[in-house]
Design a protein around this ligand. Structure first.
Ligand SMILES: NC(=O)c1ccc[n+]([C@@H]2O[C@H](COP(=O)([O-])OP(=O)(O)OC[C@H]3O[C@@H](n4cnc5c(N)ncnc54)[C@H](OP(=O)(O)O)[C@@H]3O)[C@@H](O)[C@H]2O)c1
Length: 360
């Protein structure tokens, strides 16, 4: 491969937000990967060296806002972490011969609703490439962990994945306010409104994925949402969430087989508010519960450290590092996979094969 270091997988990092910048650092540090390009949206990042964007020394790869430049460059994979995906762009990438690993969608595309599935499948066929969605949840905690725990069981009647988070510590304000509709009038926040439907569909795919991977014979996935208004104004990184607008969302996506709930993904998300007493109260982080023979439960948090004294911002950023790392570590397996939609359940266990700390 011209320009490629021998044996290395060439990766383009697409978008440098909270997750993307950590993915960029992960690619730069990974001994089996070589940075082949960086796609940015912000014009002030165009032409800036990728190492400088990552807060390090220059590496000789400059960021670009140009899709054509990315399409024409020689790479095996694009690590795709924009705020919201463009199916047109992803189809172009896949058809140009670049595999796509993303944290934004594509967790179980074969089970997704709507017309994009056929376009994406054709693009994979045209380019001989794969599409893979992964991350933290959906991703490692939402899928890998339940599947790993299932190895302990003889039978399973129910799998539940709960996520509890307060978004007021999460600096991606476009996602909090625009995509997730926190701060919107209560009547506007329904599972059917466009941006929430997009997010909800990702978790629906996750339910199907766990159900399919465990042979739980799901015949439907049902979505429920309750919201609460803010009791007072909340300041979130310089933006105000006004009293009376949405400050809490309790989502439930339930996968059913003949009327029995077999897989549940539940999210209790708030911005500065306590959940009401009639909502579930899982601990902050992620709780995975398998009911079966035997039953098993794991509670997980991601923090910057359990031994060092670090700032809240660093602890919060740990979730972005984890999301990005799962994607970076998946790249070699996705590039090696047969063309088409590749789920977490299709891949071998994704590990960090070079775990000794490198750059910080
Ligand atoms: N699966 C999981 O566990 C998981 C966890 C966390 C996040 N996510 C997903 O990962 C993705 C990235 O999250 P994040 O926290 O990094 O978001 P973010 O901090 O808001 O960053 C997103 C980046 O998107 C780019 N962008 C700007 N305008 C855009 C537009 N019009 N369309 C698309 N992208 C645009 C920008 O890139 P530049 O700054 O380079 O210009 C921005 O920095 C999101 O889709 C999020 O939902 C998944």
């Amino acid at each position: 491969m011209p320009g490629a270091a021998e044996g290395k997988t060439r990766v383009i990092q697409w978008a440098t937000g909270a997750v993307g910048i950590e993915a960029l650092r992960g690619i730069l540090d990974h001994p089996d990967l070589e940075l082949a390009g960086v796609r940015v949206y912000s014009s002030d990042k165009h032409g800036v060296d990728a190492g400088v964007l990552a807060g390090r020394s220059a590496v000789g790869v400059t960021a670009t806002t140009s899709l054509d430049e990315v399409l024409q460059s020689d790479a095996d994979c694009v690590l795709y972490t924009p705020r919201s995906p463009s199916i047109d762009d992803v189809c172009a990438l896949l058809a140009s011969g670049k595999n796509v690993v993303t944290t934004s969608f594509g967790f179980h595309t074969a089970r997704s609703d709507g017309p994009d599935k056929d376009r994406l499948r054709k693009a994979c066929e045209a380019g001989g490439t794969s599409l893979h969605g992964t991350g933290l949840n959906p991703g490692n905690l939402g899928v890998v962990l339940p599947l790993a725990l299932s190895g302990l069981t003889r039978d399973i009647t129910n799998v539940k994945v709960q996520e509890r988070a307060d978004w007021s510590v999460y600096e991606s304000l476009d996602i909090t306010f625009d995509q997730m509709k926190f701060g919107s009038p209560v009547g506007e926040v329904t599972p059917e409104c466009k941006s929430l439907k997009f997010t909800s569909d990702l978790f629906r795919e996750q339910v199907w994925l766990v159900g399919d991977a465990l042979g739980l014979d799901l015949d439907e996935v049902v979505t429920d949402l309750q919201v609460i208004p803010a009791s007072v104004d909340h300041e979130v990184f310089g933006r105000t969430l006004k009293a009376g607008t949405v400050a809490g969302q309790w989502w439930r996506w339930t996968g059913r087989s003949a009327g029995h709930i077999r897989v549940e993904v539940e999210a209790v998300w708030t911005v500065g508010e306590r959940p009401p007493s009639n909502w579930p109260a899982p601990q902050h982080g992620w709780t995975i519960t398998l009911e079966g023979t035997p039953s098993a439960q794991a509670h997980i948090v991601t923090l910057a450290s359990f031994v060092r004294d670090v700032s809240l911002a660093e602890h919060v950023n740990a979730a972005s590092v984890a999301t990005a790392s799962q994607a970076v570590n998946s790249v070699p397996a996705v590039v090696a996979a047969p063309p088409g939609f590749v789920t977490i359940a299709d891949l071998p266990l994704i590990r960090n094969r070079h775990a000794v700390a490198r750059a910080t």
